[in-house]
Design a protein around this ligand. Sequence first.
Ligand code: SF4
Ligand code: SF4
Length: 380
Amino acid sequence: MTALEELTSVSRDITNPYVDEWKRRGKMAVGFFCSYVPEEVLYAGDILPYRVRPTGCQPPTHLADTCLSHLNCTFVRSCLQFAYEGKYRFLDGFVFADTCDHIRRLHDVMRATGPFPFIRLIGVPHKSGEEAVSYYAGEIARFKSEVEQYFGVEITEARLREAIALYNETRLLLGQLYQLRRGQSPPLTGAEALNVIIAATSMPREQYNGLLSRLLGQLRGSQGTGKCRARLMISGGGGCDDDSPFRVMEDLGGLIVTDTLCFGSRYFMQPPAGGDDLIMGLARSYLNRPSCARMSDKVSERAQFTKRLIREAGVDGVVYQRMQYCDLWGGQLLHLRKVLKEGNIPLLDIEREYHWGAVGQVRTRTQAFLEMIEERRNGR
Ligand code: SF4
Ligand code: SF4
């Protein structure tokens, strides 16, 4: 199997041979729901951080819907459905960040209706100044103590430093991968890149970094195809962990060359953590990553980030995907529209359910979008 095939197979299902092996060795795994959760803390305790995704969940989510409203986004409803179905049995706990009201409600329901083991919530500030960094550092320190106490592990400074170094290495390698994607002839598609990132959140880090390095070696020597109808950016909110709509867009001749997703650039493009005070360093690094729409003081930073990626990757059009009832990313769309209009960049807005529904809608709308980009290019 090539490194890409191996990483893709990890992203395809809820669990994978790496997680199975980890559990067979009697080790613990904890699910997390948002990329603002500092995975390094868990990994330093020899606990596998696993980003919870309800891969393959299809409606109806009848078990979840007894506790969650139909006005909750279908990502959280699908997660709860799978939790009640026992799909996350391999996880020894769950950690939430108070990233949005829907996730917050999921936390409340799971805590109230268990039996689920260890459930914790980390307060993540909505701003990123020094006061916010101190607050978040306090939350991380509290979480670290809770992990130590509950799982009976000791997270020493040396272990934490090691974990931070491993995660910094991942970010460096993923940066190199995205650099290759920006070129004239990217050696991997957007669908493939998505699977590579999903795998990062679903397997032990040393093995992931090894596979990723191997993949980079293979890609550097390979010739991609520069031929496409339009170079695309995918933007928008969470729950974007299914490559099938990406494949539909790319089968039609779009080529996804970059993104602003938290299963994408926002997962790794952050300043490296480290320094003398490791917890403060982690807080500062996470709060200074390219921001999610939940960060209220970063509207113009998000605009700058999007514009920079569009410029660097030579993007012809942006596909914005957001979940129905997701107020955060619904609001962000208003800002993005303005930014793209100023830059004369076409935008395709797709409101969807977690499972994307019929990809037929994606096909029809992408086809029209690509035609529109081509007509603009040809001056018609
Ligand atoms: S979109 Fe934002 S709030 Fe949702 S999981 Fe990603 S980082 Fe967290
Ligand atoms: S998709 Fe939106 S509403 Fe749903 S969990 Fe993510 S941020 Fe919250």
